[in-house]
Design a protein around this ligand. Structure first.
Ligand SMILES: [Zn+2]
Length: 393
């Protein structure tokens, strides 16, 4: 160390570093000992605060000349290349960012948004670079809207590891296509099944990139339940209108009762709902169709499950309930990748804890100026990555 300068008014401590007078330095690329070439101009690094003072290191790092790699700045013991923070400072910021909002960390550590985003970006890059190539038997492909009705993102989750493997903009085929090259051949072959929505761009991507994909795509049962629920709701709205015109308001305020699992209703509600369920209403028939369709997922064996579905499908198409007929047609077309559930038993709900974290990321996302920052934040919080700066000495 050469000298320390206190700038008390600015609340800063400046530490000027000098190195030993060596004529030879290891190449940052290959480690070969090479002659000193010159020194970079003075650079600064923000270090951990000294008491309440911001501490800034100054140094002019030496550059070595390697016969193979040319002129390179030597590896510094306190910071990674291209960082304006010491590894200790960056490590602390990362630990804080894991726990608190970006805004709180920016305020506490006196960092700008750009600095926060830079720290997160480097951390994610390190983490992705350190990923191992372990087997990933169960994937979940999910879409997320950044804000309701806004821009979509495609997420690939490791359902057994409970982490996000991949994030991309949009929900096009190319959004998912970008995922496959991130896997090794072995990893790709280790995939037993993929849970996803009935969404053709994703289906196409899986078909093009995953061997024997026909038996590996499992349409998410909650997504199927959602389609059935929407069909019931269309029947209800239509019928409600007709009943109201005759002064019958039995269906008023019942929307959510038909959608919810009856087990979740309050006692008083359940009694009223029971009367509706056993009535001659079209909505009651649609609801019974929905509940019966979902029984499929309780089967253990495929044979009886197929039989159940055929019975259900015939009932649905003869129900004279247009929305139910439509949804039955869709499930019939998709059936071979619905019944795969019985073999693999996976759904996207396995990533529930990932979803909770993503909610938190969105909630604390006021600083996101672009989509890449949002993508980085998802990797940072949900990627299960080793983010710490490399110990440099
Ligand atoms: Zn070299």
């Amino acid at each position: 160390m050469e000298r320390v300068e206190l700038k008390l008014e600015q609340g800063e401590v400046h530490v000027y570093l000098e190195h030993e007078a060596k004529r030879e330095w290891a190449c940052a690329e290959c480690g070969r000992v090479c002659p000193l070439y010159d020194h970079q101009g003075e650079r600064q690094w923000r270090h951990l605060d000294t008491c309440q003072y911001r501490t800034i290191l100054h140094a002019a790092p030496p550059r070595s000349q390697c016969p193979e790699h040319g002129v390179r700045v030597v590896k510094l013991p306190w910071a990674e290349a291209n960082s304006r923070f010491t590894a200790l400072m960056e490590g602390i910021a990362i630990a804080w960012l894991k726990q608190a909002s970006q805004k709180a960390v920016a305020e506490q550590l006196h960092l700008s948004w750009d600095e926060i985003h830079g720290i997160m970006e480097r951390a994610v890059e390190r983490g992705l670079g350190r990923r191992k190539t372990e087997k990933i038997p169960y994937l979940g492909v999910d879409e997320k809207a950044f804000r309701k009705g806004h821009k979509y993102f495609t997420l690939v989750n490791d359902l057994s590891g409970n982490r996000v493997l991949y994030v991309a903009e949009d929900r096009e085929q190319k959004s998912l296509d970008g995922f496959w090259p991130t896997l090794t051949e072995e990893q790709r072959n280790s995939i037993a099944a993929v849970a996803m929505d009935m969404w053709d761009p994703y289906v196409k991507s899986v078909r093009e990139h995953l061997p024997e994909s026909a038996s590996k795509i499992v349409f998410d049962k909650f997504h199927i339940a959602k389609h059935l629920g929407e069909a019931v709701d269309r029947v209800r709205r239509h019928e409600h209108k007709a009943l109201k015109a005759e002064g019958d308001d039995r269906l008023t305020g019942t929307k959510y009762q038909w959608l919810r699992n009856p087990g979740n209703l309050e006692d008083a509600q359940r009694r009223g709902f029971k009367q509706l369920v056993y009535s001659e209403l079209k909505t009651a028939r649609a609801w019974a169709l929905k509940e019966t369709a979902m029984v499929l997922f309780n089967y253990v064996y495929e044979g009886p499950a197929r039989k159940h579905f055929r019975y259900w499908y015939n009932w649905a198409v003869r129900s004279r309930l247009q929305p139910m007929k439509q949804v039955a047609g869709m499930l019939q077309r998709r059936f071979e990748n619905i019944i795969t559930y019985l073999r693999h038993r996976i759904t996207n709900a396995a990533s529930e804890s990932i979803n909770a974290k993503i909610q938190w990321v969105k909630y604390t996302a006021r600083g996101f100026r672009n989509k890449q920052n949002f993508i980085n934040a998802i990797y940072f919080h949900c990627g299960g990555l080793d983010l710490a700066p490399a110990p440099t000495k």
